[in-house]
Design a binder for this molecule. Structure first.
Ligand code: GLN
Length: 559
């Protein structure tokens, strides 16, 4: 029998993931792993993240504050967890998948200014919570998904999380019981001195959540040590859930192991049972398992230098680091990434700083701090034949280095760092010149790029038309293009409509490529970014040649 109400109002079922005790427990990874399992069982799944901060989006946040800003196809600047969702699920997310308190308030305030509340006092409950609920169900009502997973940012007990928790409470009440699951992630710490796992923080956190009216159906316990049956029973008893709803989430050697761990713990099966879904397939995870095998048992190692200015914080380059993991597995090598602070690279120490590397990646970034160090590092890679890969700002640095040291334009620069340079080889895009507001106004999202045949870019992509995601204001200044190409740096990729240079490369170098876009944003477990795959292959070759040279030198000295 078709349930009319369900058809009209509730197109999808909802899983909410909340977090307790502390931040950084890996809520995003648990949500993505559950989504992966449901997808592998044949469901159409998407994940969204609701962030309680007041910024409209993380686009204006310093990476030290918030880690990387992930950009979606439609140009939304979003939380880095969306990157995990895309990498795990091999799907595209969009602006609708990431909502902040700021965005909720902006909508409500705009409505108030438009007079849409008809003289009513506008309040957190019901107006803000109604807007949260509307957005929580937006993707679910699109008819595209069977299951929508919503990750709530922050930790239960935070003041700013309250309206989101209240929205979940109301939805739990409004929607049929079998349409909602609440998964709560907590920590079960191991006290070394007592040699014991402690359940009290979990009990407190569930109690705090229950006081807001939301009762979790499943408790996922992050732990360093396996949970015994006794511990599970204790958590179940005191937190008022079935024992099978207490899920162990042991620390994993890689985040990509987590879906299989959750499968063993039957997290997906418990959720399906609560959602009253009785028909599903055995999970198809063959590709995932092949990837994991290659990741865990590499045949060789390459060392890549990542030159950036936010290297103290790993989250600042999240997608780049994950892309290396995907590309490493594809090449069956372990990619060891050495973080090198660009601020401390000088002409005198560059050889020493980059010693032992098999490849160099100059990272994206903004502002002038650490710029000269990046340029020195590019020069070293260009002259030494070291595989080089520049992303966004990294590509711009390669362009500046070439101008200064090959074209002999000594003061060449980007107008981002020096507005008075007489050789602005990197300049502000025309449409950027009139922009005053900084939020959401960069060249953002997916743009096409036409690739020249018989180039490195063509070998890498094996296509003449690609599409990649952008996040920048400055670009290659085409007034200089002829001089560059005559001197040996070619533009192998351009935007077909505007002629903006998107890829530069040096044909007379073993592997030297810079891209204005961010290929790391589209790398997934199932489809690693081709640029990363080829860069790692070039680094592997460089390493093999280096090793062969060393052993032949050793052999000669022994003779
Ligand atoms: N700051 C540079 C620009 O805006 C590069 C940006 C980036 O690396 N994402 O063009």
């Amino acid at each position: 029998m078709v349930n009319q109400t369900r058809q009209i109002y509730f197109m999808a079922k909802y899983i909410f993931v909340t977090g307790g005790v502390t931040s950084s427990l890996g809520k995003g990874i648990i949500a993505a792993s559950l989504a992966k399992l449901l997808q592998a069982r044949g469901f159409k799944v998407t994940i969204q993240k609701f962030d309680p901060y007041i910024n409209i989006d993380p686009g204006t946040l310093n990476p030290y504050e918030h880690g990387e800003c992930f950009v979606t196809e439609d140009g939304a600047e979003t939380d880095l967890d969306l990157g995990h969702y895309e990498r795990f699920l091999n799907i595209f997310t969009s602006q609708s998948n990431n909502v902040t308190t700021g965005r909720i308030y902006q909508t409500v305030i705009n409505k108030e200014r438009a007079g849409a509340f008809l003289g009513k006092t506008v309040q957190v409950v019901p107006h803000i919570t109604d807007e949260i609920k509307r957005r929580m169900q937006l993707l679910g009502k699109s008819g595209e998904y069977d299951i929508v997973i919503t990750e709530l940012g922050g930790t239960v007990g935070d003041i700013e999380s309250l309206p989101f928790i209240e929205a979940v409470r109301q939805l739990q009440w409004e929607l049929p019981d079998e349409d909602v699951v609440v998964v709560h992630l907590t920590l079960v710490p191991f006290l070394k001195a007592a040699k014991e796992l402690k359940t009290k923080p979990t009990q407190h956190s569930v109690k705090m959540l229950s006081e807001t009216g939301v009762h979790p159906d499943v408790i996922v316990c992050r732990t360093e040590e396996p949970l015994s049956n006794d511990i599970k029973r204790k958590i179940a008893l005191f937190c008022n859930v079935k024992q099978e709803a207490v899920i162990e989430a042991l620390d994993a050697s890689t985040i990509y192991e987590v879906p299989l761990m959750m499968l063993r713990e039957k997290l997906d099966l418990f959720c399906l049972k609560k959602l009253n879904i009785k028909e599903f397939n055995e999970p198809k995870l063959d590709k995932w398992k092949v990837f994991l095998d290659k990741l865990k048992y590499p045949k060789a190692k390459v060392t890549i230098g990542l030159i950036g200015k936010y290297i103290e914080l790993q989250d600042a380059y999240k997608s780049i680091l994950e892309s290396f993991i995907h590309a490493g597995a594809m090449n069956e090598v372990k990619v060891q990434v050495i973080n090198i602070h660009s601020e401390f690279i000088t002409d005198d120490n560059v050889a020493e700083k980059l010693e032992g590397l098999d490849g160099l990646l100059v990272a994206p970034g903004f502002g002038s701090r650490g710029i000269e160090g990046k340029i020195i590092a590019v020069k070293y890679a260009r002259e030494q034949g070291l595989p080089f890969f520049g992303i966004c700002l990294g590509m711009q640095m390669a362009v500046i280095e070439f101008a200064r040291n090959v074209l002999n334009l000594k003061d060449a620069h980007s107008t981002e760092m020096d507005t008075n340079t007489s050789n602005p080889v990197i300049d502000l895009m025309e449409e950027q010149k009139k922009i005053k507001m900084m939020g959401g106004t960069m060249r953002l999202g997916s743009y096409p790029c036409e690739i020249k045949e018989n180039t490195l870019a063509h070998t890498i992509y094996n296509k003449t038309l690609i599409s990649e995601r952008h996040r920048h204001r400055y670009e290659f200044n085409n007034d200089y293009l002829e001089a560059y190409e005559k001197a040996g740096m070619i533009a192998s990729g351009k935007n077909p409509e505007t002629g903006l240079v998107e890829i530069v490369e040096l044909p007379n170098h073993p592997f030297f490529i810079g891209v204005q876009y961010h290929p790391e944003l589209k790398s997934t477990v199932e489809e690693p970014a081709p640029l990363f795959v080829h860069f790692i292959a070039a680094a592997k070759k460089y390493n093999e040649t280096k090793s062969a040279l060393i052993s032949s030198l050793l052999q000669r000295s022994e003779e």
